[in-house]
Design a protein around this ligand. Structure first.
Ligand code: MG
Length: 509
């Protein structure tokens, strides 16, 4: 397809490939989990259904992406460890991070009713994540030891906290009582005041959960006498182990040792420098326009499976717009967004405080919230179609140094919308008129915009310029002042020319 003069903006996209021999770990956790727990009345200090749901999502993700060898999760977080030589998404950090976060979110929302029947989701849950790059298996071992240690600390605290609250303390009082207490003191408090032996609490709570490929005995058939015939079968399963970072656990898993290496010795003390490294965060470049662009993953297939109308399914586009509105509503730093087909771009305010936070967090959060809403709102837009596979999106963030270049970026997307829509309209009209797909491709090869207009007019009596604005121009969602109050509007307008920006001077101020 034709290139436009705006394509140069692509050169601002930074390369974020994680080179070998580094091992890629994606860690994600729920955003504002406290609020989510309260709104959905999750049990304290732990809700086994919620933990089972998290594990079920991790198993799903691992089944879908076999390059993930091992995952570890507790409470509201999960870490996914990829095999060392993975080629997943060409090892591009932001794509891997966003896709895994999106997939996890999608399944979480979809499976919610399986685990919490009769309890509706009150709002779309979302996750944010980061990529941890481990240069050696020793770094990975430290990472796992650190997370499992955090699991222990967090859950012991939580057990004490909720014991205090259930015995009449306010949350603030419980916090004050526990401030600066050590492991031993908390253990004694549980034991002496509440008669709870921490070590007797469920393993899933104390140790967290691992998802990995295990050899399990499975019934493969029944013999003539009706007796089950069992064989060892490889299967993705969840286990709870006290010491995931110890040799006794890790080195006995052939698949982990083969793909990631064995642990040489047990960790006596978690190195502080490693923890500092795991927590280190990059920042977006200040005083630039940061754009988060998300894109549906394998949406051709998704569209086919759900019988989207060709060349454009208006309901699907409206669902995308609805999700974008939700993103603008939640992230007030997003001042403008533009969407076409299965992609959406979100522009952050230039002085945005989000820019002081890290790019991983903002990309994963936006992708996750968008995905979450897409699944939750599906039925409102497709009441007669069940969601048969979970949609997922990937995302990236790119910083543009000037308003002029940002506008070129938006022009690039709108020109793309026009080129694709014109081509697709012709293509599907030809196919619907009886041409084979390859014939239609052949007819359109090398044609210019004008020729396509003529083809539509002469063969099908269609004046391209009368086709719906949403299809020709894409959708812009942004905040607008109306009678003194601001609200989010969705419009289909020309964002290449100066007219729109002149009429809305505040957006890119
Ligand atoms: Mg796509």
């Amino acid at each position: 397809m034709a290139n436009s003069k705006y394509e140069y903006v692509k050169s601002f996209e930074v390369e974020d490939e994680i080179v070998l021999p580094h091992v890629i770990v994606v860690r994600l956790h729920a955003r504002d989990f406290l609020r989510f727990c309260k709104a959905h009345e999750l049990r304290r200090p732990y809700d086994e259904e919620a933990l089972d749901l998290m594990n079920s999502c991790a198993e799903f993700v691992q089944r879908k992406y076999p390059d993930i060898l091992f995952s570890y999760g507790f409470n509201d977080e999960y870490s996914f460890v990829f095999k060392k030589k993975t080629k997943f998404y060409e090892r591009r950090a932001s794509k891997i991070l966003s896709l895994i976060t999106s997939c996890f979110t999608s399944v979480f929302v979809d499976k919610w009713k399986e685990f919490f029947s009769g309890r509706e989701l009150k709002y779309p849950p979302s996750f944010s994540g980061q990529v941890i790059v481990c240069a050696t298996v020793d770094v990975l071992q430290h990472y796992l030891a650190w997370r499992q240690h955090e699991c222990y600390i967090a859950n012991q605290y939580s057990a004490c906290f909720w014991a205090l609250v259930s015995h009449g303390r306010t949350e603030k009082e419980a916090e004050d009582i526990l401030k600066d207490t050590k492991k031993q003191e908390q253990n004694e408090m549980l034991h002496q005041q509440f008669n709870i032996n921490y070590n007797n609490l469920p393993k899933i709570f104390r140790w967290g959960s691992c998802v990995l490929l295990m050899e399990v005995e499975a019934i493969v058939k029944y013999d003539n006498d009706g007796c089950p015939v069992k064989r060892l079968k490889k299967q993705i399963s969840t286990v709870h182990s006290q010491d995931i970072a110890r040799r006794t656990f890790w080195n006995q898993k052939p698949s982990l040792v083969k793909e990631l290496g064995s642990f040489v010795e047990d960790i006596k003390r978690i190195d502080k420098d490693y923890i500092k490294y795991f927590q280190s965060e990059a920042k977006l470049m200040p005083y630039t326009w940061a754009v988060i662009r998300i894109d549906g993953c394998h949406f051709h297939k998704f569209a086919d499976v759900h019988k989207f109308e060709k060349p454009n399914d208006e309901q699907a586009l409206k669902l995308m717009n609805e999700c974008a509105v939700g993103v603008l509503d939640e992230f007030r730093e997003v001042i403008f967004s533009y969407g076409v087909s299965d992609e959406y771009s979100f522009i952050l305010k230039r002085s945005s405080h989000l820019q002081r936070t890290n790019p991983s967090d903002i990309v994963s959060s936006v992708v996750s919230l968008f995905t979450s809403m897409y699944v939750m709102k599906w039925k409102a837009f497709f009441p007669l179609t069940d969601l048969v596979c979970q949609p997922s999106f990937d995302g990236r963030v790119v910083c543009y140094p000037s308003t002029e270049i940002l506008r070129d970026y938006l022009s690039w997307r709108q020109v793309d919308c026009h080129i694709n829509n014109q081509y697709n309209t012709c293509f599907w009209m030809l196919v619907k008129s009886g041409k084979s797909r390859s014939d239609a491709q052949q007819i359109l090869k090398g044609t210019q915009s004008q020729e396509k207009m003529e083809l539509l007019a002469n063969n099908f009596g269609i004046d391209y310029n009368t086709i719906g604005e949403m299809l020709r121009l894409g959708s812009s969602a942004f905040w607008e002042e109306e009678n003194g109050c601001s609200k989010i509007v969705v419009q289909h307008c020309n964002i290449i020319d100066d007219g729109f920006w002149g009429a809305h001077p505040c957006i890119l101020a």
